[in-house]
Design a protein around this ligand. Structure first.
Ligand code: SF4
Ligand code: SF4
Length: 397
């Protein structure tokens, strides 16, 4: 794609990077075929190629800010387009730069809801308190917010087990409140198999939430805090793991995100190099795992942050099959379920449409359980189906 940034603009690291990404796009449009929002609206500007044009105009000359905001807000950042793109266009990184440009200009109701979510969700203690309040006041909340009040409210795990082998586990923010059983189950499982779990008391949100909302500075603050908290623990750990693929994809990106920070660049890269999705870790850990719910038929939903973000489309499915589970066939498995961080609140209608389509695909072959790998997908899907939705870790013993 042709671009026309000025030399002054190209002196800015972010615009320079945006220019590189934009120029790698040959506007072939293959990516539109796998974009969930393009499939729903059929509007070129709700597909990756159209959004890339909008981002170019926005970053280059500030043009079409309103249209860019509207269509970028409707983008899930699912990164299915990256998986499809034959030219290797780093759409997610480009969207991050564009959102960062738009981030501070939000006003009105949407701006207020974004500020509320940014204040509440990444702080687990605050989220827990607000979730308790939310139970009392759910009746008076707008439907998109009321739907987010969790049914149970939990806490993160502490250090568990005393073994020579150990992993560092990130509790996460929303995950420890909304689906606490996932990490409890993982810590027990590892303990039974002779691996200790260590957690960093000072950990905070991975930074993914703020990045999603276009607040890079806040995200980088959190990332530096996590680097400081995790670094003293990684020495003897076999890996840093997260059971939320949304956190995992951000943790793996710490090196890139802090590459320009002279104090933190090397430390962040060291953390990122140690991060593994829990499926990658278990695949290499040489444990005698068994199925905890043998005989159940499973519909597997790979979160976008796992299959597109981390490019791990098949690991969990083959692990579950290896334990004897039958995985039912699911059509359009590359498509997002509509959870996507804050998307279910901020783009409620599109989110519901995508969830209905996803649940139709997941339940078409009458599974006993739906399994996923991210707190957001789990909670979002569970709210609209009678089929139990679990984290796949809970299927192991
Ligand atoms: S598939 Fe890649 S190169 Fe083609 S339009 Fe989409 S982003 Fe650009
Ligand atoms: S990230 Fe997802 S929703 Fe956004 S343009 Fe790419 S495929 Fe479409």
């Amino acid at each position: 794609m042709q671009t026309d940034f000025t030399p002054e603009q190209l002196g800015d690291n972010q615009l320079n990077r945006a220019n590189e990404i934009l120029r790698s796009c040959v506007h072939c449009g293959f990516c539109n075929a796998t974009c969930p929002t393009y499939q729903v609206t059929g509007d070129e500007l709700d597909g990756p190629r159209g959004r890339i044009y909008l981002m170019r105009d926005l970053l280059q000359s500030g043009d079409n800010e309103e249209r860019a905001t509207q269509h970028l807000d409707r983008c899930l950042t699912c990164r299915a387009c990256e998986t499809t793109c034959p030219s290797g266009v780093q759409y997610g990184e480009l969207a991050e730069i564009a959102r960062n440009t738009l981030g501070e200009r939000r006003k009105g109701y949407t701006g207020w809801v974004r500020d509320l979510l940014a204040w509440m969700v990444p702080e687990a203690g605050r989220l827990r308190r607000m979730a308790r309040l939310g139970r009392w006041f759910r009746w008076m909340m707008p439907a998109p917010l009321a739907a987010q009040v969790p049914k149970r409210i939990g806490r993160g795990v502490s250090n568990r087990g005393e073994h020579e082998r150990c992993v560092v586990l990130l509790n996460g923010c929303a995950q420890q409140v909304v689906t606490p059983q996932t990490n409890v189950h993982l810590a027990e499982l590892l303990d039974q198999h002779g691996i200790a779990t260590v957690v960093a008391a000072e950990e905070t949100c991975c930074g993914g939430f703020d990045l999603h909302l276009g607040d890079e500075q806040k995200a980088l603050e959190r990332i530096r805090r996590n680097v400081d908290a995790l670094l003293p623990l990684v020495g003897r750990a076999e890996a840093i793991v997260s059971t939320a693929s949304g956190c995992g994809v951000t943790l793996k990106d710490y090196g890139r995100l802090l590459a320009d920070d002279p104090t933190y660049a090397r430390r962040a890269a060291r953390i990122a190099a140690k991060v593994k999705d829990v499926s990658e870790y278990l695949d290499q850990a040489d444990l005698n795992l068994e199925a905890s719910q043998a005989g159940k038929r499973i519909a597997w939903h790979a979160p976008c942050t796992l299959q597109h973000g981390q490019q791990l489309p098949d690991g969990v499915a083959s692990l579950l099959r290896g334990l004897g589970y039958e995985l039912v066939s699911v059509s359009d498995a590359h498509l997002c379920c509509g959870a996507a961080g804050t998307y279910a609140v901020l783009q409620h209608d599109m989110s519901q449409t995508l969830r209905t389509r996803k649940l139709d695909a997941l339940t078409a072959d009458s599974p006993d359980l739906i399994a996923s790998a991210n707190v957001g997908c789990q909670a979002h899907l569970a709210e609209a189906t009678r089929v139990p939705v679990v984290h796949w870790i809970e299927l192991l013993k």
